[in-house]
Design a protein around this ligand. Structure first.
Ligand code: PGA
Length: 248
């Protein structure tokens, strides 16, 4: 059985004061949750503060990004070692990084390898655009993102995959559970081809794209959907706690 993970991607949202009021409410709301991995990915300005607020709780932290070099003259970037001071996970390959910051499969691949080498766990994102889906190319695109993004990776023990169709991110247009399940199974089978059966059965594949309290349960019910990566709906402590408690 794969243990579900529900991860919050706050993107470029929340000041210190806003994060404090979120965590004060959220910690209590999810205190009794023992059967789901809970991850918060705040902006890196909040990682230190949230580390203190979540120590000895059931909440883990993720960075939304990192750079693949160890250190040096890379203004504005943070390294894997810096992330490791505060967080267990790092999100790599999010479509907004690909789209707005020009991250190619090659850059993403370097980041994945560096993060794993440094002992971080990776939430590796992939997904097709509206246009690619309309042209019927979504599987081809995803297969390429998997192959290129995970090139040179020996083991997926510390990798979680997130399928995030770009047309569903922040649009309110969620993939139906059936559409999402079909792609999740495809991803699992692509991973099976490269990494073998045991890895494919073990790896968690999260769905992301307009997950909300009202649709979380039906998505998570699908056999190959092992959790969610939640953007907009993770900004509200009560709403996000409801998603974490999707099992009821
Ligand atoms: P959304 O974002 O839940 O706001 O659609 C998901 C994501 O981009 O991780």
């Amino acid at each position: 059985m794969r243990r579900p993970m529900i991860a919050a991607n706050w993107k470029m949202n929340k000041t210190m004061a806003e994060a404090r009021s979120f965590i004060d409410a959220f910690r209590g709301l999810v205190r009794d949750v023992t059967d789901v991995d809970i991850v918060l990915a705040p902006p890196s300005t909040l990682l230190c503060k949230l580390r203190k607020e979540t120590d000895s709780s059931n909440i883990m932290l993720a960075s939304q990004n990192m750079f693949y070099e160890d250190k040096g003259a890379f203004t504005g970037e943070i390294s894997a070692d810096m992330v490791k001071d505060f967080a267990e996970y790092v999100i790599i390959g999010h479509s907004e990084r690909r789209q707005y910051f020009g991250e190619s499969d090659d850059v993403i691949n370097k980041k994945v390898n560096k993060a794993l080498e440094k002992g971080l766990k990776v939430i590796f994102c992939m997904g097709e655009t509206d246009e690619e889906r309309e042209e019927g190319r979504e599987k081809e695109v995803i297969a390429k993102q998997i192959k290129n993004g995970l090139d040179g990776v020996g083991s997926l023990d510390n990798v979680v995959v997130a399928y995030e169709p770009i047309w569903a991110i922040g649009t309110g247009k969620t993939a139906t559970p059936e559409i999402a399940q079909e792609v999740h199974l495809f991803i699992r089978n692509e991973i099976r081809k490269i990494f073998g059966n045991e890895t494919a059965e073990k790896i968690r594949i999260l769905y992301g794209g307009s997950v909300k309290p009202g649709n979380a349960a039906e998505l998570m019910e699908q056999p190959d959907i092992d959790g969610g990566l939640v953007g907009g709906a993770s900004l509200d402590a009560e709403g996000f706690a409801q998603i974490v408690k999707f099992k009821g």
